[in-house]
Design a protein around this ligand. Structure first.
Ligand code: SAH
Ligand code: SF4
Ligand code: F3S
Length: 464
């Protein structure tokens, strides 16, 4: 049977039962985009969404394993759900990156026998078949396939938002940064065909979507695999990220284009020129630094030095007016000394990132860094984290002040949480802006706001 037939059979089997599902997503935006596809398949089968855990007939966990705390959260929730299984016979399915780790899969098989379905990141599309086996055949399904298969197109999707949409442009990662588990659980880089991506975005524009985020672990490696995992490539001229970005910006109706994450090593001049030329691309670019010390960067296998990163940041800021950068930083990588950590603070001082996602190094079994004997003690890692945070907080204060008097283009998200008479939205740099509506605006509109006041956690202003 084809997957589409399994959808039909399950639909027939559960009809009139009014069954409900909950999906818990633990990971990154790619993981969230997968959850939207899982939701799409479930709704096609006749399940409807509930936000109340206790009302669910099917609970899907979409897991992450990039850091240890993501795992702890999963096991906490799994314990809670055991009771539900006993009283309601809820079907429990676990998918996502963690299930691609053999040790985790074994742990679920051995200690969490009440789990019905385990699925991986490579074979999302088999979920209808898995459900069929559980519901119709009364079997348990706990297989995870570890082969980078052909890219599957055309899965149904139920998006979380009406105006902003994420579009995965490539799967997997080939970079093998020495601390990171992602290449092991997501497999090799696989780019989707440009036509499939552009058609998806054209359809989104027709449905009224205005903002698109292009997703991939290394979006600027797009096309480097020569599309060998695609069924057909209709538009071979679009063979790199810069060209794809331009083509996305040419789509009428799309007003804002974002992407997550680029790699500094592959941030070529054609990408910088494209951002400069295409005003739809947001002026907030995520540029993961990880460490500001060249020796640590080398050991991380990042492929750039402190100086090269600083040069790139300068080149981008010189060429793209009003550009802001955000970044990811890991503190306490094995062997990191106090002086080496100071280099990270130095880069933070120099680049003045708008937003920093800070992480304490977390040992991931199977990665090269995990095998090192010179792990940094927890206490020191935490101290470094606090110092970085302190520096960043002081920069945010100053940056907030710099917004005063500027005009920011934002999409209206809805009424402000603290004052329902006001509307709120976010700048590209993720600052919350609150303003008084004139009565003409509606949610989803893009408006220009002149910033007048700094309230520390948000900024306020007026429509211009
Ligand atoms: N491909 C993206 C990142 C994906 S993971 C990129 O290269 O930017 C998101 C972030 O998690 C990384 O940027 C890194 O800062 C952090 N991270 C990854 N592995 C980690 C680990 N073992 N410990 C702590 N943080 C980690
Ligand atoms: Fe992990 Fe590095 Fe790949 Fe990002 S580029 S997913 S940090 S291995
Ligand atoms: Fe986590 Fe997988 Fe994303 S490990 S960060 S959900 S790619």
């Amino acid at each position: 049977m084809e997957e589409i037939d399994f959808i039909k059979v399950v639909k027939n089997e559960i009809k009139d039962k009014n069954l409900k599902y909950v999906i818990l997503t633990f990971g990154c935006q790619l993981n969230e985009n997968d959850s939207e596809k899982i939701a799409g398949m479930l709704e096609e089968m006749g399940y409807s969404k509930t936000d109340i855990f206790e009302n669910a007939d099917l609970v899907v966990f979409n897991t992450c394993c990039v850091r240890e705390n993501a795992e702890e959260r999963l096991f906490g929730k799994l314990g809670e759900i055991k009771k539900m299984k006993e009283t309601r016979n809820t079907i429990i399915a676990i998918g996502g990156c963690m299930m691609q780790e053999k040790s985790m899969l074994d742990k679920i098989q051995k200690s969490y026998k009440y789990v019905d379905i385990v699925f991986g990141t490579h074979t999302l599309q088999t979920l209808p078949e898995d459900l069929y086996k559980v519901i119709v055949k009364n079997e348990k399904v706990k297989e995870v396939i570890d082969i980078d298969g052909e890219i599957i197109e055309g899965l149904p999707i139920k998006r979380n938002d009406k105006y902003r949409a994420s579009v995965t442009i490539m799967y997997g990662c080939n970079k093998f940064c020495s601390y990171c588990i992602v290449p092991y659980v997501r497999g090799r880089e696989r780019s989707r065909s440009p036509e499939d991506i552009l058609n998806e975005i054209r359809d989104l524009a027709k449905e009224g979507y205005k903002e698109i985020t292009l997703l991939g672990q290394n979006v600027n490696s797009y096309g480097k695999d020569k599309f060998k995992y695609c069924k057909n490539v209709d538009n071979p001229e679009i063979n790199n990220f810069a060209k794809l970005l331009r083509a996305v910006c040419d789509i009428d109706g799309i007003e804002k284009v974002k992407f997550m994450s680029p790699h500094p090593r592959d941030f070529t001049d054609d990408v910088i020129e494209t951002i400069r030329d295409c005003k739809k691309v947001t002026r907030m670019i995520h540029m993961p630094l990880q460490s500001g010390n060249s020796k640590v960067l080398k050991e991380m296998n990042r492929g750039y030095t402190k100086e090269e990163f600083l040069e790139l940041a300068k080149k981008m800021k010189d060429n793209i007016p009003d550009l802001n950068l955000s970044t990811d930083i890991i503190v306490g990588f094995p062997g990191e000394t106090e002086e080496e950590f100071d280099d990270t603070l130095d880069v933070v001082r120099k680049v003045e990132f708008e937003q920093i996602f800070m992480f304490i190094y977390s040992k991931r079994e199977g990665t090269r860094a995990a095998a090192r004997v010179d792990q940094v003690p927890e206490e020191i890692k935490h101290k470094r984290f606090d110092r970085l945070k302190e520096l960043y907080d002081s920069q945010v204060e100053l940056q907030n002040e710099r917004y005063i008097g500027t005009v920011q283009s934002i999409m209206i998200e809805g009424p402000s949480k603290n004052d329902e008479t006001k509307f709120c939205g976010r700048t590209d740099s993720n600052r919350v802006i609150v303003f008084d509506p004139t009565g003409k605006e509606k949610i989803g509109d893009i408006v220009n706001i002149k910033i007048t006041e700094n309230h520390k956690w948000f900024l306020s202003g007026e429509i211009v």
